[in-house]
Design a protein around this ligand. Structure first.
Ligand code: SAH
Ligand code: SF4
Ligand code: F3S
Length: 446
C-alpha cells in the first residue's frame, strides 16, 4: 500500500504534511513521491494565490481519470477557502481540516470501503472545531534529518485585506509553550542544525491565552537557554513575525543567545503609507523603519528578508516607487515579491483588480532589480571572509559541489567537500558572489 502526499504552499503546509504522513504511515502505508504508484493520494493545498489553487484542480482532474483504471482514494487538506471547500467535496473522496487529523484513520477507513459513494465531510460544528489543536500532539515524520519546522501557533487574527489565511486557518491559537520547548529539545538532542518556529504572526504568540502563556520574546529566551545548556550547535529561526508586534525585546532576546539565528524575515508588503492602510497592516512605514534600525543596532550581522506584493488594487506608479525606495533604504537580502491575486472572501476581492498582468510583471521586475542590486552590494563585502555554512545537499548543476546556507540564510555553492558534510555546519571561505548567491570553499581544519 503506497501513499503520495503533494504539498503546496508555505512551511506551514510542509509541517502539516509531516504530521499527516505520520498518521498515514501509522496505518501501514509506505510513502512515495511517485503519484502513479499510490493507491491513496492527497494534496495539502495553499489558497494564498489563485495559481496555487488552480494546481489542486488540475491534480484532482488527473487523479479522477486514473480512477477508471485502478482503485484510488483521494483527499485534500491544508489551507482551503470555504468556496473551494464546497467544490472539493464533489471532487475528492475526503476533505479534512488539520484539526481533524487524529480522526483521519477512521475517515479513510470509511472512504476505503465506500469510495464510489459521495464525498465525506464528517465535521458538523466548524466553529467550535476550529479551536481544536490536538493535531499538534501527533509526532511529525520530519522530512529532513538536520532541518525541522516546529509550529507554535495556528490561524491568524490580522485580516490583511488581501489575504486568504484567516479564512482558511481560522483564528489565532497558540500552542502550549511546554509542548513547543519539548519538541525543540528533542530536535536539539537529535543534533538537528536548523529549527524554524512557525506561525502566521509568531510574535503575537501567547496573546490569545490572556496571561496564561509566556510572550514570544520569553519563548525565544527559553529556547536560547535550552540551546546554551545543551552545548549543541544549531540555529533557531522563526517565520513570520508581523511588524505591528515586533517589539524591541524580541530583537534583544535574539542578540543575547548564539543559537538564535541572526536572520529576520519581516514582511512589509508595500512601501507606501496609503497602500499599507488599505492592506490593513496597521503600522506605518516609520514604524517599520524603526524596527529595521533596532535590528541594525542590536544585530549588526543580521540579514533581513521580506515579502512584498506588487499590483495591489489601485496601486499607482508612484506607490510602486515608494516600495522601491523602501527597498533601497532597507537593503533587503531577499524579498519574496508576489503579484497581487484577489482571493474570494478577503476584503480586497470586492475592489477592482485594476492592474493588468503585464504591468504587474513589469513592477515585479522593477523591484527585483532593486533587490539584486542591494543583495549584490551586501554579498560583495563577504568575499575573502569565512562564514559558517550549513551544508544541505549536493549541487545539481556543478559536479562535485555542495549547496548550503549561511546563518543569515544566504545560499552558498561550496565547490569542494565530500557528501558526508551534508547536514553539518562547516567554515566556508567566500571566493566569489553573484546577485543572490555566494560561492566558496571549505576552510580546512588546522
Ligand atoms: N503571515 C504572513 C504572510 C502569510 S501569506 C505575513 O503577515 O506577512 C505569505 C505571503 O503571500 C504574504 O506575505 C504576501 O506577500 C503573499 N500574499 C498573501 N496574499 C496574497 C494575495 N492575495 N496576492 C498576492 N500575494 C499574496
Ligand atoms: Fe495574512 Fe495578514 Fe494574517 Fe499574514 S498577518 S496571514 S498576511 S492576514
Ligand atoms: Fe498558503 Fe496556507 Fe501558507 S494559504 S501560504 S499554505 S498558511
Amino acid at each position: 500500500m503506497k501513499c503520495c502526499v503533494v504539498t503546496l504552499g508555505c512551511q506551514m503546509n510542509q509541517s502539516d504534511s509531516e504530521r499527516i504522513r505520520s498518521v498515514i504511515e501509522g496505518m501501514g502505508y509506505e510513502m512515495t513521491s511517485v503519484e502513479e504508484e499510490a493507491t491513496l493520494i492527497g494534496v495539502v493545498a495553499c489558497s494564498v494565490r489563485q495559481k496555487a489553487i488552480d494546481k489542486v484542480y488540475s491534480k484532482i482532474q488527473k487523479w479522477n481519470q486514473w480512477k477508471n483504471k485502478k482503485p484510488l482514494v483521494t483527499f485534500v487538506s491544508g489551507c482551503i477557502l470555504p468556496a473551494d471547500e464546497k467544490k472539493f467535496l464533489k471532487l475528492f473522496d475526503l476533505v479534512f481540516r488539520m484539526n481533524e487529523l487524529p480522526e483521519l484513520p477512521d475517515m479513510l477507513h470509511q472512504c476505503g470501503v465506500a469510495t464510489e459513494f459521495s464525498a465525506m465531510h464528517p465535521l458538523n460544528d466548524l466553529h467550535r472545531e476550529d479551536e481544536r489543536t490536538d493535531f499538534w500532539q501527533v509526532d511529525p515524520t520530519y522530512s529532513s534529518e538536520f532541518e525541522a519546522f516546529v509550529p507554535i501557533q495556528n490561524g491568524c487574527d490580522k485580516f490583511c485585506s488581501y489575504c486568504a489565511v484567516p479564512y482558511t486557518r481560522g483564528r489565532e491559537v497558540s500552542r502550549a509553550s511546554d509542548d513547543i520547548l519539548a519538541e525543540v529539545k528533542k530536535l536539539v538532542e537529535r543534533d538537528v542544525k536548523a529549527i524554524t518556529l512557525l506561525g502566521q504572526n509568531v510574535n503575537s504568540y501567547g496573546l490569545d491565552k490572556k496571561g496564561e502563556e509566556i510572550s514570544f520574546a520569553e519563548l525565544l529566551r527559553k529556547v536560547g537557554e535550552l540551546g546554551q545548556r545543551s552545548g549543541k550547535d544549531f540555529w533557531l529561526y522563526f517565520t513570520s513575525p508581523h511588524p505591528r508586534d515586533m517589539t524591541r525585546d524580541v530583537i534583544e532576546a535574539i542578540a543575547d543567545y548564539d543559537c538564535l539565528a541572526k536572520q529576520i524575515h519581516l514582511p512589509v508588503q508595500s512601501g507606501d503609507e496609503k497602500l499599507l492602510r488599505r492592506m490593513n497592516r496597521n503600522h506605518s512605514i516609520e514604524d517599520y523603519l524603526k524596527i529595521v534600525d533596532d535590528i541594525r543596532e542590536l544585530l549588526p550581522t543580521a540579514t533581513i528578508f521580506t515579502d512584498i506584493i506588487v499590483g495591489f488594487s489601485g496601486e499607482t506608479d508612484e506607490q510602486l516607487e515608494n516600495s522601491a525606495a523602501l527597498m533601497e533604504r532597507v537593503k533587503f537580502n531577499m524579498a519574496y515579491i508576489a503579484k497581487y491575486s484577489p482571493r474570494v472572501g478577503a476584503r480586497s476581492a470586492r475592489w477592482e483588480d485594476d492592474i493588468s498582468p503585464q504591468v504587474k510583471s513589469e513592477r515585479l521586475a522593477r523591484l527585483s532589480d532593486v533587490l539584486k542590486r542591494t543583495s549584490l552590494a551586501h554579498n560583495e563585502a563577504m568575499v575573502g571572509k569565512v562564514y559558517r555554512v550549513l551544508i544541505d545537499g549536493r549541487d545539481r548543476r556543478v559536479d562535485g559541489a555542495l549547496t548550503g546556507r549561511t546563518e543569515g540564510k544566504l545560499p552558498v555553492r561550496v565547490l569542494d567537500g565530500s557528501e558526508d558534510r551534508v547536514g553539518t555546519i562547516c567554515d566556508v571561505e567566500i571566493t566569489s558572489v553573484a546577485e543572490l548567491s555566494l560561492t566558496g570553499r571549505i576552510r580546512q581544519v588546522r
